[in-house]
Write a protein that binds this ligand. Structure first.
Ligand code: SAH
Length: 245
């Protein structure tokens, strides 16, 4: 089955861009995913092909008009989730990427300027998605990120079917660190345990490294991971938060 990606943008020339090379590019040629790019401006209704307006209530910048966006969305076939790139959206996770990749495809709306008229989200069941807590100049890079993350999970795209399973976030932890040749480099050696040939020891070392790195670098992930492992005994419903109410 072909994963059908649709991108709605004011800059169609940005696609497939980096998705035309390497793993994703080969998968595109092989027909494992398809790409359709819609120029939002084609749905403008005036002589000047205007897609934006000044913000209601005042302020800097321009806002993408809901009527133009709706016409663009309505022009693409249904049956796939419609996402909009927005720093106000829910942060993208590997779990959401897996869900999307397991489906028939995705349509992605790319913002520019100050973003979208808010009414579009409700009116067309558009899901706002953020790729992180920083501001891009447009949604196109975000769409490329999201599609890249999905495409590598499609059947037949990655070499070994298991090569994705160990990655960071798949288990709720960062991945363990990697080493390769040379064994000694600039006075630094590969940890002895990785050269021991003892698979159980290697596995234990990797697990402990993954846990330590996650705890130190990503306390947010670590807290969730630790919380998921230590379930409160059933019946013990009262949390300290309840007590303070
Ligand atoms: N005024 C908006 C930012 C607009 S940036 C705000 O403060 O929330 C212009 C466009 O870039 C957005 O509409 C969105 O499509 C894209 N964009 C910027 N940062 C993003 C992020 N972190 N994740 C996803 N898309 C982003």
């Amino acid at each position: 089955m072909t994963f059908a990606a649709t991108v709605l943008t004011l800059y169609p020339e940005m696609f497939p861009g980096p998705l035309g090379v390497s793993l994703a590019g080969r998968a595109l040629t092989e027909g494992r995913w398809s790409l359709s790019v819609t120029q939002i401006r084609d749905f403008a209704i005036d002589r000047h092909r205007t897609v934006d307006g000044t913000p209601a209530g005042g302020g800097a910048g321009m806002v993408l008009r809901p009527d133009i966006l709706a016409a663009a969305i309505d022009s693409v076939g249904g049956g796939v989730p419609v996402l909009a790139m927005s720093p106000r959206g829910r942060p993208l996770t590997q779990a959401r990427v897996r869900e999307i990749a397991a489906g028939p495809g995705v349509a992605i709306l790319c913002g520019r300027f100050e973003g979208f008229d808010e009414r579009i989200f409700d009116a067309r069941a558009v899901e706002p998605v953020s790729i992180g807590d920083y501001i891009l100049s447009g949604g196109e890079m975000g769409a490329l990120v999201l599609l890249d993350a999905c495409i590598r999970l499609l059947p037949g795209v990655m070499g070994a079917p298991s090569s994705g399973d160990d990655e960071s976030f798949e288990s709720g932890l960062l991945e363990y660190p990697h080493y390769t040749r040379p064994v000694e480099w600039e006075g630094r050696t590969i940890p002895q345990v990785l050269r021991s040939g003892d698979h159980a020891k290697v596995a234990a070392w990797r697990k402990s490294q993954a846990e330590t790195d996650t705890r130190l670098r990503r306390p947010d992930l670590w807290e969730r991971h630790a919380g998921a492992r230590v379930k409160p005994p059933s019946g013990a419903r009262h949390t300290s938060e309840d007590e303070t109410k």
